[in-house]
Structures are given as C-alpha cells and as structure tokens.
Design a protein around this ligand. Structure first.
Ligand code: ADP
Ligand code: F6P
Length: 358
C-alpha cells in the first residue's frame, strides 16, 4: 500500500510522550518516503481543516517535552455523522490517505469510524490513566506516576515536620493504577481506588493506632474515581472524616492536571517511539483499524473493534449485541484480558496493603 501522505493527530487528554510519538511517526514515515501532516487539536482539526505540514524544525526537541505540540481537544461534534463527513472531506481535500490517532478509547472510536468511511486509521494508546484493556501499557502512565510520587515525597517532608496526614487525590478516571503505584512507592498508609471496596473504618482505626504509636507524617492516596454515595468525590470528604474521628490534623491535596504535564520519562518516550514506528510500518503494509498494544513486553497490533469491546467487557459496559460476530476463541481472549487486568489491580492493591506504613 503506497501512501503518499498520512496525517497524525493527538486527541482526548494529553499525555507525556505524545510528542515523542508524533516525532517517531514523522521520522519513520519520512524515511519511507511518506509525507506527514499534523492535524491540530485532535478531531476538531480534521473538521475545521486545521492541517499543518510537518517539518524537522517543528519537531525539534519534541521527544523531551510533555503536552502535545499538535494540541488536543475533546470534540463532541466529531461523534455526529455531519462532523465525520466534514473530517472525511478535509482528508480528501488535503490528500490525506491514512491517519495515526494517538489518544484513549474515545480516540479509537473515532479512528475506526474514519476507517469505515474510507480513511484507514491506526490508534496508539496515549493516556496517563492506563485504562485501555487491550494493552498492558499506555503512553504517559510512567511520567504521571513519577510526577505524582515526587509531589507526595514533598508532602511527606512537611507532614513529618508538622505531624500531619495528607489525603492526596490523584487522576486516573475509573482506573486506580496511578493511585496504586504512587501509594506503593511512597509507603502510603492507605489507598482507595474505584476497582476495590475500601475499608473506611479500618483505615481510620489504623491511622489512630499509628498516631498512638508515635507516627507523625502520614499519606493516604485516593483515586479521583472513588465517589461518595451522592456522587461527589470521596477524597476530600474522607480527609475531613479522618481529622474529626482521629484528631490527626489532616490536609487535602488534589493533584489534578499537574501530573498530566511534564518531561516524559524514558519508558514513555521509548514506548511512544516503538508504537509509532510499528504503526507507520503497518499502515505501509496495508493494515489499519488496529490499536498498537504492549502485550507481555511486545508491541503488537490488536483489532480496534476487539480492543473496544474488550474494554467495555472489563468496565461492565457491554451493550446488547456487542459480542456478536466474535469467534469463541476471540471471546475467550477477551475474558482472559479482563482477568489479567483484574489480577494486576488486585496484586497491586495487595502489595499496597503490605508496604503501607504500620
Ligand atoms: P480519550 O481518547 O482519551 O478516551 P475522549 O473520550 O474525550 O478521550 O475522546 C477523544 C475524542 O474522540 C472525542 O473528543 C471525540 O472527538 C472522539 N470520540 C469519542 N467518542 C467517540 C465515538 N463514540 N465515536 C467517534 N468519535 C469519538
Ligand atoms: O484521561 C486523562 C484524564 O486526565 C483523567 O485522568 C481525568 O479524569 C480526565 O482526563 C480529565 O479530563 P479534562 O482534562 O478534560 O478535565
């Protein structure tokens, strides 16, 4: 499949390593004689025709910076047939024959919609949440967990000095991985994630006992996806409850978007480069409608439809008819993926319970 021109875009929440990914797409495609254009601001750029020719100068030093130089957006208009037709029209007008779309599951839905409408597309997982079931890893997780950790380390200094506890709320949407890694690596006294039931009373007792035994500074990590019964976030409420019930002076910190920016780590740069190079090669081989996944250390393409349905299966969001058309082997493969993800979370949670200060 000899493409002359392909487009690359970043979409959904930005993630450190997206620039490294774009740069690697550019480098590998250029090497193969394929022209690359950048689509600015995710799918909004496709709709509005905001397309820029890519140059080496534009990507100078791009490996080392967070965010995305192609900008990003959440573009609801793209989900409509009208929006999609506008995007297709832009591709035709600009001579864009194929796309590489870097983002999360929403981005992959867009990529498969473009493929179905005649623009072959490949997805690359870029999100700090690591919440794409089909892949062991998404670009951005390592940087964001390390940033989270550095911030918790800072809080630990001041907590120790003032004999305080700090409840820290971290991002991750419905996935507790950022919280788990940060809690394990910082020796937090407790961690609450959306995937596991949280022993609120047991944690309060533990904190009181730790204080009684002389422990001064303490950290509790709560993932943003843990909610109160009324749908509000649990972390801040819990901080107040800890102070009220234990007498331990408790502060609350919401790290929010701070952990989404910053210089990407080696892990994120390497994964980004690796997935990008393979994605360009696959496009050139005539393959599309796949997501680049890391599975047991290897980068492999996984069918987008399979990946999206596996994701819904894991998140208990299957819709009627979702499983139709898959072979028994594929369904078994999906179930195994879901089991693997659950096991990973359970194991991390268990470790967090053991390494937390006691
Ligand atoms: P992420 O890619 O990180 O999951 P979003 O869910 O915001 O982030 O999705 C990114 C973009 O992908 C959306 O703004 C929208 O343009 C596009 N998108 C999301 N869902 C769909 C869908 N069901 N069909 C087509 N495009 C979609
Ligand atoms: O998906 C990445 C993420 O940072 C989540 O962790 C968070 O819930 C969400 O995006 C925040 O979205 P926004 O940047 O639109 O506020």
């Amino acid at each position: 499949m000899a493409y002359k021109k392909i487009g690359v875009l970043t979409s959904g929440g930005d993630a450190p390593g997206m620039n490294a990914c774009v740069k690697a797409v550019f480098n590998r495609a250029t090497e193969m004689g394929i022209e690359v254009v950048g689509i600015m601001g995710g799918y909004a750029g496709l709709i509005n025709g905001d397309i820029v020719p890519m140059t080496r100068q534009m990507l100078n030093n791009a490996m080392t910076v967070g965010g995305t130089r192609l900008y990003s957006s959440r573009c609801p208009e793209f989900k409509t047939e009208e929006g999609m037709q506008a995007a297709i029209a832009t591709c035709k007008r600009e001579g864009i024959e194929a796309l590489i779309c870097i983002g999360g599951d929403g981005t992959f839905r867009g990529a498969t919609d473009m493929t179905k409408r005649g623009i072959p597309s490949i997805g690359i997982p870029g999100t700090i949440d690591n919440d794409i079931t089909a892949t062991d890893y998404t670009i951005g997780l390592d940087t964001s967990t390390n940033t989270t950790l550095r911030m918790i380390d800072n809080l630990k200094d001041t907590c120790e000095s003032h004999a305080r506890l700090n409840v820290v709320e971290v991002m991750g949407r419905d996935c507790g991985q950022i919280a788990l890694y940060a809690a394990i690596a910082s020796g937090a006294v407790a961690v609450a994630i959306p995937e596991m039931p949280f022993d609120e009373e047991g944690t309060i007792k533990k904190i009181a006992a730790l204080r009684a035994s002389g422990k001064r500074g303490m950290i509790v990590v709560v993932s943003e996806g843990v909610l109160n019964p009324d749908g509000t976030r649990f972390a801040e409420t819990f901080a107040k409850k800890i102070e009220a019930e234990t007498g331990v002076e408790t502060k609350f910190a919401r790290f929010s978007h701070v952990v989404r920016g910053g210089r990407p780590t080696m892990r994120d740069r390497e994964t980004a480069a690796h997935m990008a190079v393979r994605a360009v090669e696959l496009l050139a081989e005539g393959k599309s409608n796949v997501v680049m996944c890391e599975l047991n250390g290897l980068i492999r393409p996984v069918d987008i439809h399979f990946a999206l349905i596996a994701d819904r299966m894991y998140k208990n969001k299957l819709k009627e008819g979702d499983l139709e058309g898959f072979t028994p082997e594929q369904l078994e493969g999906m179930k195994q993926l879901c089991d693997k993800r659950r096991e990973e979370i359970e194991n991390l949670y268990k470790v967090a319970g053991h390494v937390g200060f006691r």
